[in-house]
Write a protein that binds this ligand. Structure first.
Ligand code: TNX
Length: 515
């Protein structure tokens, strides 16, 4: 059975490998990814001895939750007994204190400060979100740097880390339409990417091969449209209750879900469910191949806009975040003269439900409202048109970010239309240098899409995502200028400890010396 929990496997790793290596008392040598912005070392240890108090403010439920999560992680270190407390102990013990700093000195809501002394670790941030990001650094620090410092206790190097993200949007996309992935897989994916400070999961919920979200006003979308997937397998969908559970699970990790309903193309699953969405009023057949660009909504029929309004209304109610993604890519079956008014109208529908539109870079042909976001995946011309219209960009350059591209010619899954993407290629690029005319203020962040024409199982997902996503996560958070592969690859090599511990089926690139 797949997947030990993080904590269970921690016991194994610490018993097997911990406690023998040479001691690292230099916090500069922390191996954290994304690399923290500033680190100073005081060359000592905080020992994770028998009792460690996790101290949280009494009134703060969010921080208590995070404290509980940390307590559970620590409880599994052999010899460590972590206890959640809301008042200081009379007798000084090893303490990890979580603090909301409301002095205004910590500007970014995701920024945090980790101060590690011999007896006390203080993790402060201006919000619970910042605390959560800081905890991820602490998790990595403990696993990658803990060494035995005395009779059976583990030590974390002392010093101070001050950290904040470069980009506010650091996303992953999962295509659950070409192949469907169930609740356990989605939750595991969310949990895994949270370790690298990813804060958005964009779900590609519909395509030619399947419709994956229950829409109560149009029930056949799932009764018919969800029944298959690429290769002819049985497909599947999320009920609204399940989808809400995903949104909550992600929110607990400060990850926002962005739903995508792709239109006017990539829509065969809906066309096969309802005849009235087709200009000739005839349902199409369900489709299980991998061609793109052949299907389209009937953009000149009013019922199409009623359909979109109903779908967006239900989706907006399940979406706490600001964005809804409307796809808009590869609409080869829709003439540009029909495409432009269609996108304009869909954009109005999204705004009428209080949300902001994101679309793939082709949407820049339309008239973009202020706030609308263009997701660059390949066309510089489209991206530049978007910038000229005042839109911000999410960067997903296919030749760097597409997690469905093969690593090299020997890869057994994946496509290669955008080239091979070795771990080196995924890491060595800079957002602002992608093309001339792009500047920092045009960019809200980066996103790594995983299209799943060839990806069928959770193991397949893990293999394509890790370790390339780790490099993207560093670009999005730390924005290394310029990326230094030799330095990064040494840190990355250490992360096999973590990846193995989490039972992640990752690609062991021959260009990295794995620990
Ligand atoms: C292009 S990128 C697509 C997807 C495919 C992907 C395969 C984009 C917006 N559309 O429909 O799945 O290539 O790599």
């Amino acid at each position: 059975m797949k997947k030990l929990t993080f904590s269970m496997s921690l016991v194994l790793i610490i018993t097997l490998t911990g406690c023998t290596g040479k001691m690292n008392s230099d916090l500069n040598n922390n191996n954290i990814i994304p690399r923290p912005r500033s680190v100073t070392s005081t060359s000592d240890y905080f020992s994770l001895n028998k009792k460690v108090i996790i101290l949280v403010p009494k009134q703060d439920e969010l921080l208590k939750n995070i404290g509980r999560y940390l307590t559970q992680e620590l409880a599994f270190f052999p010899g460590t007994e972590a206890m959640l407390r809301t008042t200081k102990s009379l007798f000084p013990k090893q303490t990890i204190e979580l603090i909301i700093d409301s002095t205004g000195t910590i500007k970014d809501k995701e920024a945090y400060k980790l101060k590690i002394d011999k007896r006390k670790i203080s993790l402060s941030a201006s919000s619970a979100e910042g605390i959560f990001r800081g905890i991820q650094s602490l998790r990595q620090l403990i696993i990658l740097n803990s060494r035995e410092v005395g009779s059976g206790s583990l030590g974390i190097p002392t010093g101070e880390i001050t950290d904040y993200p470069e980009f506010e949007y650091r996303g992953v996309m999962l295509d659950v339409a070409r192949h469907f992935f169930g609740m356990e897989d989605i939750k595991r994916y969310i949990e895994l990417v949270s370790l690298y400070k990813i804060n958005v999961l964009h779900l590609h919920l519909s395509d030619d091969q399947g419709w994956r979200i229950e829409i109560k006003s149009w029930p056949k979308l799932t009764e018919v449209g969800s029944l298959t997937q690429v290769g002819g397998g049985k497909g599947g969908f999320y009920s609204q209750d399940e989808y809400n559970e995903i949104v909550k699970y992600a929110a607990d990790r400060f990850i926002t879900i962005i739903p995508e309903i792709d239109m006017p193309g990539h829509i065969n699953a809906a066309l096969a469910s309802y005849p009235e969405l087709n200009c000739d009023n005839k349902t199409t057949e369900l489709y299980t191949g991998t061609r793109v660009g052949f299907s389209n909504l009937c953009t000149v029929n009013e019922i199409t806009y009623k359909f979109i309004d109903d779908v967006i209304a239900e989706l907006a109610l399940m979406t706490p975040g600001p964005y809804i993604h409307i796809g808009g890519d590869e609409s080869h079956a829709t003439a540009l003269k029909d495409y432009i008014p269609f996108i304009n109208r869909v954009q109005d529908i999204i705004a009428s439900h209080g949300k902001t539109m994101i679309g793939w870079d082709e949407i820049s042909h339309a008239g973009l409202k202020s706030g609308s976001v263009v997701q660059y995946w390949g066309s510089e011309e489209n991206a530049k048109r978007g910038i000229a219209k005042g839109a911000k960009l999410i960067l997903s350059p296919a030749s760097k970010c597409y997690l469905d591209m093969q690593y090299d010619s020997s890869s057994v899954m994946g496509l290669n239309w955008a080239g091979y993407i070795e771990v080196y290629t995924a890491y060595t690029w800079s957002p602002v240098d992608l093309f001339n005319g792009l500047s920092r203020e045009n960019i809200i962040g980066i996103e790594s899409p995983l299209w799943t024409e060839t990806v069928e199982t959770m193991d397949n997902i893990e293999y394509m995502v890790f370790p390339r996503l780790i490099g993207h996560a560093e670009i999005g958070w730390s924005d290394p200028e310029p990326p230094d592969w030799e330095e990064y690859k040494n840190r990355l090599g250490k992360h096999s400890i973590l990846l193995d511990m989490l039972d992640i089926d990752f690609y062991r690139s021959p260009f990295v010396n794995w620990e």
